[in-house]
Ligand binder design. Structure first.
Ligand code: PEP
Ligand code: MG
Length: 554
């Protein structure tokens, strides 16, 4: 048995085979061939295999991300049928007697250069697709299957680290646990693991070993330990731990349908954070009172190109309809920093967390922003929609956003498209600046949602992606808690309500403080709803208020 330890980011115990995730970058080996006929046959076989793979991906994508997004795989198939492309590969093989991998790579370079030189921006973007298709062919030709990065049976995923764009591509039914050598507790992969409620650990130095592939393992997400080829004693111990966890979960089931009210009658709304339509099932299963944060950027990260207004409308409508009148807060695009999608072509920045991200990007690219707002307002008639804006630092940003919203609503009305009479508008409080001017911001908005993940990063000047700074990232820091209190007071004085949607909202130790401050809503990973409700129903706020306020705020 090999034991590797790290830091837990999501509790639970799971058993299963290991799948070691490697990015499998392909370097093309240039060589000469004796027979061009044989080499062309090899190319043809690879081409047919690629078309078959794309068929499978197309069908999978239709059910997971909808037809419009799935189209990209059909476009890739068309490229593989394109005579100019295939003839170019064959000509290089015949004329230069080069191997198929090199012929594909050369053709790819030529086509990319040609697409990039085109005036039409849509055609310029297609260069990324040529690269993608060619990479698929090269991987097949060199015996490394691109989609073999996705395990075909439920597995414990071990990786060095995972970008959000990689985690969203995993088939979620096939993930039993995440174990990463790098990562940090507030990385989006950690958040995704908690969202899926699967055991996860980071900082597991020594876990990324190709020899572990396929071996049986156990992840103990409570202690942050992975056991490779566990011995009998460990198996029995872990089975007992799993039985105990399952029992606790069954007890929490009894709280479903109950209100989140303290012993002395103070109510707090318990809502859920989601990243996609698929998470709504878990929201309903865990009896959340609404959705407090829909990270809409995941819709963009899952796509190969900007999701169209219709695609977004379909997604928002589905979430709103499924929530059946419960409030759904959708956060507008929070792209940038660790959340990157190639087609945005965001320039490389020295300090991306302090760079062109979120609302800054949207205010510079109003066409992209307006597409999202149009989709949101069109969907607003299908439920109880609220919209919020990420990374606000100034009043002028809020005023500009409100101006654009007026424009969008006017355009929709001129087109005869109905919108809901009332859509609550709010902003994230993720920066010290926003917290300090929250009295001014509250005059223009209905609510705030405090994003403690970024608020901690910016207040303590400690990168949330950097695991080495975890000793600095103390979310119970008096500065953070005082900012939360100030925001709550400013909001209430100016007629706005306040929620918390960062990871701190699920911190059971702080629930008494949040109740004492008068926070109106907490939005957490769905699986945290019932444990928090238990804690709330056991609390008597009047009895502890003064004590907790002075303990945490000094
Ligand atoms: C936050 O910053 O606390 C937040 C909820 O947003 P995200 O984690 O998506 O940056
Ligand atoms: Mg944030």
């Amino acid at each position: 048995m090999i034991t590797v330890t790290g830091e837990s980011v999501c509790a639970g115990v799971t058993f299963g085979p290991v799948f070691v995730f490697s990015r499998g970058e392909s370097k093309v080996k240039r060589s000469h061939v004796e027979s061009s006929e044989d080499e062309i046959e090899r190319f043809e076989k690879a081409r047919k295999k690629a078309i078959g793979e794309l068929d499978i991906l197309y069908n999978k994508a239709i059910t997971e991300v909808g037809e419009a997004n799935a189209m990209i795989f059909q476009i890739h198939q068309m490229m593989l049928e394109d005579l100019d492309y295939t003839e170019s590969v064959k000509n290089i093989i015949t004329n230069e007697l080069l191997n198929a991998e090199t012929a594909v790579a050369q053709t790819c370079d030529n086509f990319v250069a040609m697409f990039r030189a085109m005036d039409d921006s849509y055609m310029r973007e297609r260069s990324a697709d040529v690269k993608d298709v060619s990479e698929r062919l090269i991987q097949i030709l060199s015996g490394k299957n691109k989609d073999a990065i996705v395990s075909d049976k439920p597995s414990i995923i071990i990786a060095d680290d995972l970008a959000p764009s990689e985690t969203v591509q995993f088939d979620k039914d096939k993930i039993l646990a995440f174990v990463t050598e790098g990562g940090s507790t507030h990385s989006h992969t950690a958040i995704l693991a908690r969202m899926m409620n699967i055991p996860a650990m980071i900082g597991a130095k020594g876990a990324l070993n190709a020899d572990f592939n396929g071996k049986d393992a156990i992840v103990d997400g409570f202690t942050g330990t992975v056991y490779i080829e566990p011995d009998e004693e460990t198996i029995e111990k872990m089975k007992a731990k799993k039985r105990e966890t399952d029992k606790q979960r069954a007890l929490l089931e009894k709280l479903k349908g109950k209100a989140s009210v303290t012993k002395d009658g103070q109510k707090i709304e318990l809502c859920a954070n989601i990243g996609s339509v698929m998470d709504v099932a878990s929201v309903l299963r865990n009896d959340a009172e609404g959705i407090g944060l829909f990270r809409s950027e995941f819709l963009y990260l899952e796509s190969r190109d900007y999701p169209s207004e219709d695609v977004q409308f379909g997604v928002y409508r589905e979430v709103l309809s499924k929530m059946n009148g419960k409030r759904v807060i959708i956060r507008t695009l929070d792209i940038g920093a660790d959340k990157q999608a190639n087609y945005f072509h965001l320039p490389k920045e020295e300090n991306p967390a302090l760079g062109m991200r979120a609302i800054r990007f949207c205010l510079q690219h109003t066409d992209i922003f307006k597409t999202q707002l149009r989709a949101l307002y069109r969907a607003s008639v299908f439920g109880n929609l609220a919209i919020m804006f990420p990374m606000i630092v100034s009043e002028w940003e809020v005023l500009k956003v409100l101006e654009i919203i007026d424009e969008v609503k006017r355009e929709l009305s001129e087109e005869g498209i109905a919108c809901a009479k009332k859509v609550e508008l709010g902003c994230m409080i993720e920066t010290p600046a926003a917290a300090l001017i929250s009295d001014i911001l509250a005059k223009h908005l209905d609510f705030f949602s405090i994003g403690t993940n970024d608020l901690t990063q910016y207040t303590l000047a400690a990168d949330r992606q950097n695991p080495k700074l975890s000793f600095i990232r103390n979310e119970h820091h008096t500065a953070i808690l005082r900012l939360i209190r100030a925001v709550t007071e400013n909001a209430h004085k100016n007629g706005a309500w306040v929620g918390i949607c960062g990871e701190l909202a699920a911190d059971e130790e702080l629930i008494e403080l949040f109740l004492a401050m008068g926070i109106d809503e907490l939005s957490v990973i769905p699986s945290f709803i019932l444990p928090l409700r238990k804690k709330i129903t056991e609390t008597d706020v009047s009895a502890i208020k003064d004590m907790v306020l002075s303990k945490y705020l000094m």
